[in-house]
Ligand binder design. Structure first.
Ligand code: ATP
Length: 836
């Protein structure tokens, strides 16, 4: 009855703790409701998908997850991945055209279905079904339940538990046989050996791990990272390479145009952020520096007189999907920061979007990081019905499609040497860490269409704009921290290699010529060649999302554990492939966020480094909890089995063993598992259970076991009755275990006594355990329940002496082992010695 109560209490505590931990993770994962853009009362608003109702008009673009079942009313180059619904892995084209007959789901080209992903183009449509009434909803209702995730750490621990279980059963069997042979009554031997075997099994460990991971996930949420899977945090702890994009993660993603040039003139631009105030200073060898410092009203007229600059600013405004807005006196951009910077540039010259209402936008070829450009067809409905295709994008890409250039309003053929001159100009900007865009256009015949990249041809080059995106101030330190943790940061960017190198230098990322590889160079490398050199590269520039997948795979094949950031929908394959896929919470698309293992709510590189530290802390915590549990279990087994072997009475009553399991093992271990570990410098570990851990467990377990057995024997020798001697053994084991908790907690940390006295959980757990021990010994009904005897005060001197000296004695023993191993010159043991 008593034993049943204890076992039930143990199971109940484990279940409650595990459920609580799972709840934390579930709640955190609910923080990310999918968002969508809808038109309500004529305004474009951002809504939670759950707020949509049939009849709403929704606008979608590449990277959006479709929030409901939608009938398209307009689509431009729209491609949708419907694999989740139809199993078709290739994206399908969508258009608004009516279908003439009833067809299968996969052929309904004018419909978008909830849960599918827009992977290209743009579109608008009317919501026809929401929630469980959608096609995806029907499918979901057929899926009954999801399997519970088992993390690799949990798997590993269950396998250790199983090994211990086998060992415990063997020892239990041996104790039973020996005890029976010695004539101890069989029923007593049955309960003793079963309890002994049961107590040696660290059955609480999987729960401890869930609790440790959930506590870590909770702590990470406070540091602006949502971890979607328990296993991701432990993988982060083992990460060796962090692949990060540049814009927005390493840099502020606050663009300001600092320099512009046309065919024969150059300007520097003053002003900060998106503030539309600043001036152009003309520079260059041909023209002496003059300042175009004009009154707002004069500017427009002045630039009409400078047709190249005027055209460039016109493209800045018209080939643009963003808006400038003022919030609490601060100018910000709604939309792409790159485009926001171009609007601010135009505004500094007195040009605003509202001055361009006579230009009507036709087709758009949206920006895609793969093509690195964007084009729009615009028609001037006021003046002579002029129609143009305006393009902007990465310099090399735009130049590839240009056949002429504009100089002072006249057009000239664009030959190779002029292209080289423009590229050099762009590289000069890049060397100053500026992100460079080129601008081009051509007169357009409306009958040409304008929605296909084939239309981006025969363009007329106009000029360049170089914009500053300063590195985030705190990133440099995070990069140093990553290096200190033994992690290599790798920058993967769509930007120009020279810009990437300049930013890399500012941040302390290795950026010598050998460590930078471009997308073009990657294309020329075979997979084998890439694998051979990928470890030496610190910057990949002008890469497309496809390259990212190759880079991650190559790094993994070199044995690296890779964390990888991404924002666009095209990054999803690489994010999926990475050991830890990380999405940007602010700039990331819904699809990327849903695929990722971790979402950075503030798009902060430092949070990834924090995640690695957290992961390592957790692995370290679990190691400590395991060590603490196993030490106690080993001591318990030793005390009983050796006593039976040497002919002593049985030193522990079964109910006492169960009490130890419930309080003195489980409680401190759980507290060790949730420790935040602020002062912990956990090393990089591929395996958290190693020889070093077992050596510690064995040394401490044997010392504690033999110590309490020694006191048990000594008590009997001085004539103490068996229940008193049993209580001495019980008290020594419990006190020893509680003191062990401190030694395990201290392992690998720089904590002082003051630090752990601030840990109210640890102190609480220890208080409960001590009170339980004292209660079991000194409160008569409890003493009866636990079969203990009241211990006279002077017994506590040897008990506390033995309990307290275990860790002290273990140190020289472990040092001796380490020295011996170092002597045998095994490199692995050297590491162990350092760890000890
Ligand atoms: P990262 O991958 O680090 O975020 P990135 O933001 O520079 O780098 P992309 O957004 O793929 O990478 O941009 C690649 C290039 O495309 C830029 O260097 C720029 O020249 C050009 N570009 C960026 N945004 C636009 C845009 N809105 N319109 C046209 N071209 C753009």
């Amino acid at each position: 009855m008593a034993m049943g109560t204890i076992l039930l209490a143990n199971a109940a505590i484990s279940t409650i703790q595990e459920r609580k931990a799972e709840k934390v993770v579930e709640t955190l994962n609910q923080f990310q409701p999918p968002l969508c853009k809808a038109i309500r009362t004529g305004q474009l608003v951002e809504l939670n998908a759950a707020e949509l109702v049939p009849g709403d008009i929704v606008c979608l673009e590449a990277g959006d997850r479709v929030p409901a079942d939608i009938r398209l009313i307009h689509a431009s180059n729209m491609r949708v991945n419907e694999a989740t619904l139809t199993g078709e892995s290739l994206p399908v084209d969508k258009s608004e055209s009516a279908l003439l007959e009833e067809c299968a789901l996969s052929e309904r080209s004018n419909m978008l279905f909830m849960g599918t992903d827009v992977c290209g183009g743009k579109g608008r449509g009317v919501v026809v079904q929401t929630g469980m009434n959608t096609e995806m909803g029907h499918l979901m209702s057929l899926l009954k339940h999801q399997e519970k995730e088992v993390t690799p750490l949990q798997e590993k621990v269950s396998s250790i538990s199983k090994k211990f279980m086998k060992g415990a059963l063997i020892v239990g069997g041996l104790v039973f046989v020996m005890g029976t042979l010695r004539g101890i009554p069989i029923p007593q031997m049955i309960t003793t050996s079963i309890t002994l075997a049961a107590s040696a099994i660290p059955e609480g460990l999987p729960v401890t791990i869930t609790i440790a991971l959930s506590a870590g996930i909770y702590r990470m949420a406070k540091k602006n990272a949502l971890i979607r899977k328990l296993s991701s945090l432990e993988t982060l702890g083992r990460t060796t390479v962090i692949c990060t994009d540049k814009t927005g993660t390493l840099t502020k993603n606050e663009m300001t145009v600092k320099a512009i040039s046309t065919a024969d003139r150059r300007w520097t631009v003053t002003g900060n952020g998106y503030e539309p105030t600043g001036v152009l200073h003309e520079v260059g060898p041909e023209v002496a520096a003059t300042a175009l410092e004009l009154e707002d009203t004069d500017r427009y007229e002045q630039h009409v007189a400078n047709p190249d600059l005027n055209r460039l600013l016109q493209i800045c405004l018209l080939c643009n999907n963003s808006e400038l807005e003022q919030q609490e006196g601060q100018w910000t951009t709604k939309g792409d920061p790159t485009e926001g910077a171009l609007l601010a540039l135009a505004a500094k010259n007195g040009l605003w979007l509202k001055d361009m209402t006579h230009w009507h936008r036709g087709h758009e070829i949206p920006f895609d990081s793969k093509t690195a450009k964007m084009s729009v067809v615009c028609k001037d409905v006021q003046n002579e019905q002029e129609c143009y295709l305006f393009s902007k994008g990465a310099v090399e890409t735009i130049l590839r499609h240009c056949s002429r250039y504009q100089k002072n309003g006249d057009l000239f053929p664009l030959y190779e040497d002029q292209k080289q001159f423009i590229l050099q100009q762009s590289e000069q900007y890049s060397a100053d860490a500026l992100r460079v865009l080129a601008f081009a256009y051509r007169p357009f015949d409306e009958s040409e269409g304008g929605d296909s990249i084939d239309d981006e041809r025969e363009l007329i080059y106009v000029g360049l704009a170089g914009m500053m995106d300063p590195p985030k101030p705190e990133v440099e330190q995070s990069i140093q921290e990553a290096f200190a943790l033994g992690i290599k940061p790798v920058m993967i960017t769509g930007d120009h290699p020279i810009t990437a190198i300049a930013i890399g230098k500012q941040l302390g990322i290795n950026s010598d010529a050998h460590s930078v590889v471009t997308g073009h160079e990657l294309d020329r490398l075979s997979d084998e060649e890439l694998i051979r050199m990928v470890d030496q590269v610190s910057i990949f520039a002008r890469v497309t999302p496809e390259h990212k997948l190759r880079i991650v795979t190559a790094l993994q094949q070199c044995g690296q554990i890779v964390a990888m950031t991404g924002d666009g929908v095209n990054d999803t394959p690489a994010i999926k492939q990475a050991n830890v896929g990380i999405a940007m919470g602010r700039t990331g698309t819904e699809v990327t966020k849903e695929t990722a293992d971790m979402v950075l709510t503030q798009d902060d590189f430092g949070t990834i480094v924090e995640g690695v530290k957290e992961g390592r802390t957790i692995i370290g915590n679990i190691r400590k909890a395991l060590g603490c549990l196993l030490t106690g279990n080993l001591a318990e087994i030793l005390v009983t089995s050796v006593a039976v072997m040497v002919g002593l009475p049985i030193p522990l009553v079964p109910i006492q063993i169960l009490l130890m399991n419930l309080l003195t093992d489980a409680l401190p271990a759980m507290v060790l598992a949730v420790n935040g570990g602020e002062k912990t410098k956990q090393p990089k570990r591929t395996d958290f259970v190693d020889k070093a851990l077992y050596q510690k467990v064995i040394t401490r377990g044997v010392l504690l076991g033999l110590g309490s057995l020694g006191l048990f024997g000594a008590s009997l020798a001085v004539g103490a009755p068996v229940p008193v001697a049993q209580s001495v053994a019980f008290a020594t084991l419990v006190a020893g275990q509680l003191m062990q908790a401190f030694s395990w907690r201290q392992e690998g940390t720089e904590e002082t006594v003051r630090d752990w006295t601030k840990d109210r959980f640890l102190l609480g757990a220890l208080c409960v355990s001590w009170l339980a021990l004292l209660g079991a010994l000194y409160i008569p009904p409890l003493a009866g329940f636990f079969h203990t005897a009241r211990l006279p005060m002077h017994y506590w001197i040897p008990i506390l002496g033995v309990a307290g000296s275990v860790s002290l004695l273990a140190k020289p023993v472990l040092n001796l082992i380490a020295k011996k191993q170092a002597h045998n010159a095994s490199p692995a043991s050297g590491t162990y010695a350092a760890a000890v």
